[in-house]
Design a protein. Structure first.
Length: 361
């Protein structure tokens, strides 16, 4: 046994230098044969990992929309609005036009806020210095993606500002501030619906230079206030439940007069309110629900945010994101509420369902 071992060792170690290169491939082949199972296993595991990585990437891939916008569901708003609003149509203009009161003199069946009967003269003067058209940047859109932003407390600390700013049309209400709240409510304002008592004293501070300032007329005095302001006439002081601004520096080219048709639709078809009410009864749609109605007649995608009262048991909860008015103080002032037919957040699927009363101011 010892001699045999002594004989084997020189056979391996006594090769000359030329035999070294031939020996290396032989040893590698021998090692590979012994480790073939392990190598195949590692290779199979690697292929599985590559396949799984590709599968996961495909599973979690979402097509990027142009300008990071939601796909436009053309026709969906009309279908759903037609279920809520009888004789739904988009044929009515958003804003009142001079030609309807000067050349054509379209008759109106109702007085304000559901029509212009009895207010034609002052309205004629007002329409002669304001405009009715939409900006070309909005008129030419193939898809109008709209956000109606309410003034509810739920917007506070919501961090929804950037999301709101991505919409083509952002509709705001009354004197709700933007400056200082941009992170939660955004900074973009395409339209702002208001009436004299809710007008911000300096519209330039809370709006963009091209914001459309849309007057919502509730009574003839609202027309008179606007005409006096824009023509720098003697100010109207009586007939308001709250003193409106006496100085209101706005560009007349940015002012629009909302067509009372949309107030009529909101009241009669969404709230089932009678068009003629006793003087002591003052049930009127809020600006918030009116803005949603307007969007349903104008937009291809309608999302809302900032709507919804605090829980009725929480009397100390503030109602608006920008001030300390509580539900208790609102109850004392008899602020009207309306039934919301839409969720108080940005719906992903556009689905709407009945909700509880929401503030429209």
């Amino acid at each position: 046994m010892g001699a045999h071992q002594a004989l084997e060792v020189p056979q391996v170690t006594s090769h000359d230098e030329s035999s070294g290169p031939r020996l290396i491939p032989f040893l590698l082949i021998k090692m590979i044969n012994k480790s073939r199972g392990k190598i195949l296993g590692v290779l199979a595991l690697f292929l599985v990992m590559v396949w799984y990585s590709i599968y996961r990437e495909d599973s979690f891939y979402f097509p990027v929309q142009e300008n990071n916008k939601t796909t436009c569901p053309l026709g969906e708003v009309e279908k759903k609005a037609a279920q809520l609003i009888g004789n739904y149509t988009r044929d009515h203009p958003l804003f009142l036009q001079l030609k309807d009161y000067f050349w054509v003199k379209t008759p109106s069946l109702y007085e304000l806020p559901y029509g212009t009967k009895g207010s034609e003269d002052v309205l004629l003067r007002l329409l002669s210095i304001t405009h009715y058209s939409l900006p070309e940047s909005i008129q030419s859109l193939k898809c109008r993606r709209c956000a109606v932003v309410g003034n509810g407390h739920r917007l506070r600390n919501s961090s929804m500002g950037d999301t709101i700013n991505t919409y083509d049309v952002v509709i705001r209400l009354n004197n709700a501030p933007v400056h200082g709240y941009e992170q939660d409510v955004g900074s973009k304002t395409t339209m702002r619906l208001f009436y004299p008592e809710s007008a911000h004293f300096d519209p330039r501070t809370e709006n963009n230079p091209d914001t459309l300032l849309v007057l919502v007329p509730f009574k003839p005095m609202d027309f008179q206030w606007m005409e006096a302001i824009l023509n720098d006439k003697r100010r109207v002081r009586k007939g308001f439940w709250k003193q409106p601004p006496l100085i209101w520096e706005a560009n007349p080219e940015q002012v629009r007069i909302l067509n009372p048709y949309y107030m009529e639709v909101t009241a009669a078809k969404l709230l089932n309110l009678p068009m003629k009410q006793p003087r002591k009864v003052k049930q009127k749609p809020t600006t918030g629900l009116l803005a949603i109605t307007l969007a349903l007649h104008f937009c291809d995608l309608v999302h809302i945010a900032g709507f919804g009262y605090p829980d009725s048991a929480n009397k100390k909860q503030t109602i608006h994101y920008y001030e300390q008015i509580t539900l208790k103080s609102m109850a004392v002032s008899l602020h009207p509420t309306v039934l919301s037919l839409f969720p108080p957040f940005f719906p992903r699927d556009g689905g709407w369902q009945p909700r509880r009363a929401v503030p429209g101011c």
